[in-house]
Write a protein that binds this ligand. Sequence first.
Ligand code: ADP
Ligand code: TRP
Length: 344
Amino acid sequence: MTEGVQTSPAFKPRVFSGIQPSGGLTLGNYLGALKRFADSQNNGVESIFCMVDLHAITNVLNDAQALRHNTRELCAGFIASGVDPEKSILFNQSQVPGHAELGWIFNCVARMGWMQRMTQWKDKAGKNTQNASLGLFAYPALMAADILLYHATHVPVGEDQKQHVELTRDIALKFNHDFGVDFFPIPEPVIEGTATRVMSLRDGSKKMSKSDPSDASRINLTDDADAIASKIRKAKTDPDALPSEAEGLEGRPEARNLVNIYAALNDQTQAQVLSEVGGKQFSEFKPMLAELAVAKLSPISGEMSRLMQNPDEIDAILRRGAERAREIADPIMKRTLDIVGMVR
Ligand code: ADP
Ligand code: TRP
């Protein structure tokens, strides 16, 4: 719909991304999101990362204790993965009122038909759409508000969120067009790296997810070294040796997945890994992968549990992040209300 539209050079580059505090972080979240966020801080672009608690309640509303726990644990996951709350802005969505405010305006910009086409809505609402929350339906308009409230230009996300970023572009274009302004940038999804889609350890055709009923299908960021090693040892594979070229991974989703995980954890390309491990059996490769995963992930789970013992420290980081976020968001929100014609 919005193919080929360029971000206006008038907007300075700014990264925004969000993760729902819906409980449990996996290796997929780490490689597909957290690690990439941490790496991207070093390219000099201002980065804003949000625990989207308003989004989380579109699914589960009545568990206040879990929401508080999950928000703090997610913040701990960000920091333990290397996101520096001094360099980047790290905060939770509900502490910046502009998200809900701009989200409402975008509910009036977006069309029912646009929202009905969202594949995540169709997946999450299932057959019983009449019983899904209105919030779940409006979810992508709130996501557009998250991004555009900061005039963000780049949105690092996993493959599954591309459609929502495209909707954000459509909302920005329609708002700009309807009011005859060039106010909102047209943001770009950033989907790159070897691990934009980490697959289940039990089934190479399914995404690794915290909602999979089998715990053996995923590595949790809170797993200890023994659990990580044992899940990798038991991961599904095929009987063949590893290939030394990418073509040899065709039709072998489990083998591809383990190679990609190795590459992403070790900051290598798939080709580099294959040139090193080509010809090896899984009995040899799995211990290498387990050792690497434990070396990279154990410090993260250690730091997460240290932080979780100090919830006041986490809360102070989130409050400070929200103050910094409001400094950017408030003037943009005020200007939006002026454009729309709200008397103040
Ligand atoms: P989940 O699918 O586990 O519920 P979320 O939808 O909360 O995870 O995703 C949070 C972030 O992590 C998003 O940017 C999403 O694209 C990324 N992500 C989640 N699972 C994976 C995966 N298996 N591979 C790569 N990225 C993932
Ligand atoms: N919808 C995203 C997900 O489920 C989370 C999210 C909310 C987000 N707001 C965002 C991601 C803004 C990027 C930018 O993973």
